[in-house]
Design a protein around this ligand. Structure first.
Ligand code: UGA
Length: 437
């Protein structure tokens, strides 16, 4: 099929390349010329495992072209809109200006029979509104809402092998035809047996925010248990293992620690609360406010714990922070718990050095006042306190004996419950973590 993808961020760029790898002819469009140039040269503009290999495979195929000119979507049959919906400045609501602009512009290039597909995470009701924009500007074209569930760090695999595919379609023949068109786009994952759910627009929009709200709630639930373990003298890791054996609960997303960040979970639960309020159903999701507060308290607790271990002498203390990205295998620092803790400690006067294998430059542009290095040994040298904030594999696998030789004091705070506590203690370290006595 001939496919266009508008918006080439973490979602759109991977979607465009993945669709090309499935055999479709894809044109990707973004306003950011540097991003487009990077993709044109077959280089990912961000760190995402496996994505450079996918781009390299496509380089000679001619099936993926990229452009800054939105007019190049003309002639495609299916148009995916993958632009961002960040949190609005000064409110909890999603900022829909990029979605609105993308739709207004794409509509001008549609032909009758085209299918335009929203993938961005939007407040419920947006698709119905945009369907009117499509109907008015491009009679005979159909809007589908097709939320995306990929995780950063696993984006290529999640796109090629999704665990479910959801279409929100209008009733009647136009919707039925749109389902057939999207089935042809996703023929490969559907042939693999991927479940496909065909719903109305509001359900499809709600599926996405419900999924992210559930995941955020699961993380904050275990972090609330961590708070209890801290005051009662329990061990949240053992607690998570024990409740996780119950198949109804499950062990995934029960890793207690610094909590969730990134460009999705935090802003999605806030936008959901804002939208529910507008619909007069704010009470139904008021608990998400508590989920958000539990999450933010973990960052505060981490800073308090650092001060405690330093005996209150934060000012001037050399602190090595391992991790800046919001999670491992990503260079994304949007609402990163790690970077937040780094800024708070630096504001409190600590002599902070932040290490990250991939996220140094994105972190530097968000928090230029901090000192950064890609080299973990440089960060560790002379540290009075080491904080593990993002559990990159190379940090989880550090040898506590060797690290003990280069630091000034053997004190470690495990913000992700990711280190082998017994091994660190055996090597003479004072080990503290969130949720474990
Ligand atoms: C999340 C969802 O998992 C995806 O399904 C969704 O498509 C995506 O948002 C989106 O809306 O685009 P992502 O933001 O890439 O994906 O990251 P997650 O893997 O969900 O992790 C989010 C945060 O939770 C990270 O900061 C991570 O460190 C934290 N986390 C995760 C925990 O603190 N504990 C856990 O047990 C799991």
């Amino acid at each position: 099929m001939r496919i266009s993808v508008v918006g080439l961020g973490y979602l759109g760029a991977v979607h465009a390349a993945s669709m090309a790898s499935l055999g479709h002819d894809v044109v990707g469009v973004d306003v950011d010329a540097a991003k487009v140039e990077s993709l044109r040269l077959g280089k990912s503009p961000f760190y995402e495992p496996g994505f450079d290999d996918l781009l390299a495979e496509l380089q000679d195929s001619g099936r993926l072209t990229v452009s800054t000119d939105l007019a190049s979507v003309a002639g495609c049959d299916v148009h995916f809109v993958c632009v961002g919906t960040p949190q609005s400045a000064g409110s909890l609501a999603a900022d829909l200006r990029y979605v609105d602009t993308a739709f207004t512009e794409v509509v001008g290039h549609l032909a009758p029979g085209d299918v335009v597909v929203g993938k961005s995470t939007v407040p419920v009701g947006t698709a119905a509104r945009l369907a009117e924009v499509v109907e008015a500007g491009a009679p005979g074209a159909t809007l589908v809402w097709n939320p995306e569930f990929l995780r950063e760090g696993h984006a290529v695999d999640d796109t090629l092998h999704p665990d479910r595919i959801v279409y929100g379609v209008p009733r009647g023949p136009a919707g039925e035809r749109a389902v057939q068109v999207l089935d042809a786009v996703y023929a490969a994952p559907l042939a693999d047996g991927t479940p496909r759910i065909v719903a109305d627009y509001p359900t499809a929009e709600l599926v996405k925010v419900a999924a992210n709200s559930f995941l955020a709630t699961k993380i904050s639930f275990i972090n609330a248990m961590a708070e209890l373990c801290e005051v009662a003298g329990g061990d949240v890791t053992q607690l998570a293992d024990a409740i996780g054996h119950d198949a109804r609960i499950g062990r995934q997303f029960l890793n207690a620690g610094l909590g969730f960040g990134g460009g999705c979970l935090p802003k999605d639960i806030r936008a959901f609360m804002a939208r529910a309020d507008e619909l007069g159903a704010g009470e139904a999701v008021a608990f998400l406010g508590e989920v958000d507060r539990i999450n933010n308290r973990r960052r505060e607790r981490m800073v308090e714990l650092a001060a405690e271990v330093l005996g209150g002498a934060v000012r001037g203390a050399r602190v090595a922070l391992l991790g800046a990205a919001f999670k491992p295998d990503s260079d994304d620092v949007r609402d990163s718990p790690a970077l937040d803790v780094a800024v708070r400690l630096s504001d409190a006067g600590a002599d902070v050095i932040v290490a990250d294998p991939q996220a140094v430059e994105p972190a530097r542009s968000r928090a230029p006042q901090l000192t950064y290095t890609r080299d973990v040994d440089e960060a560790l040298a002379g540290a009075e306190l080491v904080l593990l904030l993002t559990e990159w594999r190379e940090y989880r696998e550090l040898d506590p004996v060797a690290v003990g030789e280069v630091v000034a004091r053997r004190q470690v705070l495990d913000g992700r419950n990711a280190l082998d506590r017994a091994a660190w203690e055996a090597a003479g370290w004072t080990y503290r973590s969130l949720g474990r006595a």
